[in-house]
Design a protein around this ligand. Structure first.
Ligand SMILES: O=C(O)CCC(=O)C(=O)O
Ligand SMILES: [Fe+2]
Length: 280
């Protein structure tokens, strides 16, 4: 991936790069003390639940060998005050960055996707639009490494130019994981085994079929990647003995419609309350 730090002061240049690449990699722009504090808060909580190897330093985040963790949004909520501040405080760098990039007052989703990925396979390839596409498409994800993430630990990867694929946008990209057929009793989409939203579980196959390269980077505390809803991305495998900690959160102009599943005190998310029927 290439970084976009040189464009930071100019909204038009950031917008142009986003149209061109589908992502902006920004190095060292977040408050490092808040990132580390957020990491510590997550690890403190895992440690008090007995999930970390007590023989290893806390901040290394080494899980016990029999512990499998992945998506842990409960560790991102109000009790993780430094993370909330880092991601959503209007006076902190990330919200300021979005104000500049979007050019107006910013609305963020209240739900935070917090990941503590155990050693093992990475997040399958997907576009975010299928999980959060009921409002504006002018919506962006901020992927924030909560700690340094090298190639062994495996962070975010993005598929080059995939956001410009019109056919993908019209097919896969027009789906909604929480939509079901009202006129089909017991539509499996209503159950927990409904469509999971993945484009592919095999990053090599999807690259061969869509073209482009998988673009990767190693990340440090303070970095962030911002990307658009149509960019195919995933997570690299974690081949280390540590957890890979990161958060992803979402931002848009406050003046544009928002996907109600992710807004409010207790967002409905992909629960039954978030399902929407249609006639098929
Ligand atoms: O962190 C990951 O493994 C996946 C991240 C992701 O899908 C996202 O930020 O939207
Ligand atoms: Fe995603």
């Amino acid at each position: 991936m290439r970084d976009a730090n040189a464009l930071l002061q100019r909204r038009e240049l950031m917008q142009e790069r986003m149209r061109e690449d589908g992502y902006l990699l920004l190095r060292g722009v977040l408050e490092q003390d808040l990132v580390l504090h957020a990491r510590k808060t997550v690890l403190d909580s895992l440690q008090s639940d007995g999930q970390l190897d007590p023989g290893m330093p806390l901040m290394d985040g080494v899980p016990k060998s029999d512990i499998k963790l992945s998506f842990q949004p409960e560790l991102a909520q109000k009790n993780n005050q430094p993370l909330q501040q880092l991601l959503y405080d209007t006076n902190c760098n990330l919200m300021r960055l979005f104000r500049r990039f979007l050019g107006g007052p910013v609305l963020h989703f209240d739900f935070t996707w917090l990941r503590c990925l155990s050693p093992g396979l990475g997040t399958p390839s997907h576009c975010d639009i299928v999980f959060m596409g009921r409002g504006t498409r002018n919506l962006y994800t901020a992927w924030v490494p909560l700690g340094d993430v090298d190639f062994l630990t495996g962070g975010l990867m993005v598929l080059e130019n995939s956001h410009t694929n019109g056919r993908l946008r019209e097919t896969y990209g027009s789906r909604d994981v929480d939509s079901y057929c009202e006129n089909r009793p017991n539509d499996p989409a209503l159950t927990a085994n409904g469509y999971n939203g993945w484009l592919s579980e095999d990053p090599n196959l999807i690259r061969e079929s869509l073209g482009g390269r998988w673009l990767v980077a190693e990340y440090e505390v303070g970095d962030v990647v911002i990307f658009c809803m149509d960019l195919v991305h995933g997570g690299m495998d974690n081949r280390s003995n540590r957890l890979r900690l990161s958060s992803d959160s979402r931002y848009q102009l406050a003046s544009e419609p928002a996907d109600e599943r992710w807004i409010g005190e207790n967002p409905s998310g992909h629960s039954r309350a978030g399902k929407r029927g249609r006639i098929c």
